[in-house]
Design a protein around this ligand. Structure first.
Ligand code: NAD
Length: 381
């Protein structure tokens, strides 16, 4: 069978789902590989590099979708792309199934099998395919770099002949995958870093990275995320008030705020309100990693950088992984390659789409003319 990767069609998307390295690994599983000409260029992978790795270069997207049995791409496919699916083709991609009924219907009507990368169950065995985590890790790192790029001062404190420089103070709100990456980057650059999460079980991780966990003076315990599979639930109004009061206290002191707070299947909670933005010093920077889901910050404009009247920069970019396209493509292509390894137990270049396998079942959203989303809960933890 042949695995093909088209050039991404989403405006400004620089990533690619196959790299020369991942192609070599896919060939070891028995597959032929093809790529649309120029598909890797924006991520730093030339047609020549693919050719050297034994990948066939295909001239057009239409020809690529036609020749490939399995299509691996990054972004949710658009209608034109979905219409190119045919019976028994398999698509592996981010798909946003919960918000993409039309796409699922179209794939189903074509009889194609779709594996949605964001649906890979977050269990230990599937970590190597967890593209949500690999992309969130990049987003967290890049958020700090973008903040630094817009902050007119050092992160680390210095004593120089020209004067003493205080260290920057950074607050990371939400210590999941992206938040922890942001914390690690911030502490390694020398900033005094604080972090808050509604799940107190992350405090130890935060502290082990050299940051300070922000506790609330609150009677009730902070939420136990373990009850919701590691995800947060909506906070009680009392808890929220205590959280906002703490943020109000911290706002005038913080130079950089990075927000990453998300609750599954909901709009992002608004946590950094207008008065907190106003209380920050001129020159401070906020990066709202939740911008795509409505934002944690009042004043965030998705995909934009805005500067408030009091001189605070609010960054609402939603394309952080694409801003590090080479690294993001390598990690994503590796996630896809691991998915293919599980789909090819015999290493014979043929897909064995085992719907009894928790990980494959969990990620499959259409199969043999049926919509198979949402999946049943995984059996193995
Ligand atoms: P996410 O993107 O859904 O949320 C980001 C963070 O925001 C979470 O830590 C959440 O608790 C926090 N948050 C939500 N509401 C908040 C609020 N009001 N204030 C402050 N913070 C708030 O989560 P994620 O980063 O994708 O991962 C969440 C968990 O899943 C983590 O514990 C992570 O370790 C775990 N995980 C496990 C695996 C695995 O394979 N076992 C893989 C990936 C992630």
């Amino acid at each position: 069978m042949k695995i093909g990767t088209p050039k991404e069609t989403f405006d400004g998307e620089n990533r690619v789902a196959m790299t020369p390295d991942s192609a070599l690994q896919l060939q070891k599983l028995g597959y032929d590989c093809a790529i649309e000409t120029g598909a890797g260029a924006a991520a730093g992978f030339s047609d020549e590099a693919y050719e050297k790795a034994g990948v066939e270069i295909v001239k057009t997207a239409a020809a690529l979708w036609k020749t490939a049995d399995i299509i691996a791409k990054v972004r949710q496919p658009n209608e034109t792309e979905l219409k190119r699916l045919t019976k028994n083709k398999t698509l592996i991609s981010f798909f946003n199934p919960a918000g993409n009924e039309k796409g699922m219907d179209l794939a189903k009507s074509k009889g194609a099998n779709v594996i949605a990368m964001e649906m890979v169950p977050r269990i230990s065995r599937a970590q190597k395919m967890d593209a949500l985590s690999s992309m969130a890790n990049i987003a967290g790192y890049r958020a700090v770099i973008e903040a630094g790029n817009n902050f007119g001062r050092f992160f680390t404190g210095q004593v120089t002949a020209a004067g003493k420089v205080p260290p920057a103070k950074v607050l990371v709100v939400g210590a999941g995958v992206a938040g922890l990456a942001a914390i690690g980057t911030s502490t390694s650059l020398g900033a005094i870093t604080y972090a808050f999460d509604v799940r107190p079980e992350v405090a130890e991780q935060v502290e082990s990275m050299g940051a300070e966990f922000v506790y609330l003076d609150f009677e009730e315990e902070q939420q136990d995320g373990a009850a919701t599979g590691g995800y947060a639930a909506v906070s009680s109004p009392e808890f929220r008030e205590a959280q906002l009061a703490k943020f109000r206290e911290l706002a005038p002191e913080m130079d950089i705020v990075i927000t990453t707070a998300l609750i599954p299947n909901r709009e992002a909670p608004k946590l950094w309100l207008e008065d907190m933005v106003k209380a920050m010093k001129p020159g401070s920077v906020i990066v709202d990693l939740a911008a795509e889901r409505g934002g944690n910050v009042e004043g965030t404009v998705p995909d934009e950088k805005v500067v408030t009247e009091n001189g605070v920069t609010i960054i609402g970019y939603t394309d952080f992984p694409s801003r590090m396209a080479s690294q993001a493509s390598s990690l994503y292509a590796t996630n896809v390659r691991h998915m293919m390894t599980d789909l090819t137990p015999e290493k014979d270049g043929r897909i064995n789409h085992d719907m009894e396998d928790d990980v494959i079942r969990g990620a499959t959203v259409t199969y043999q003319g049926e919509i198979t989303f949402p999946p049943p809960p995984p059996k193995i933890q």
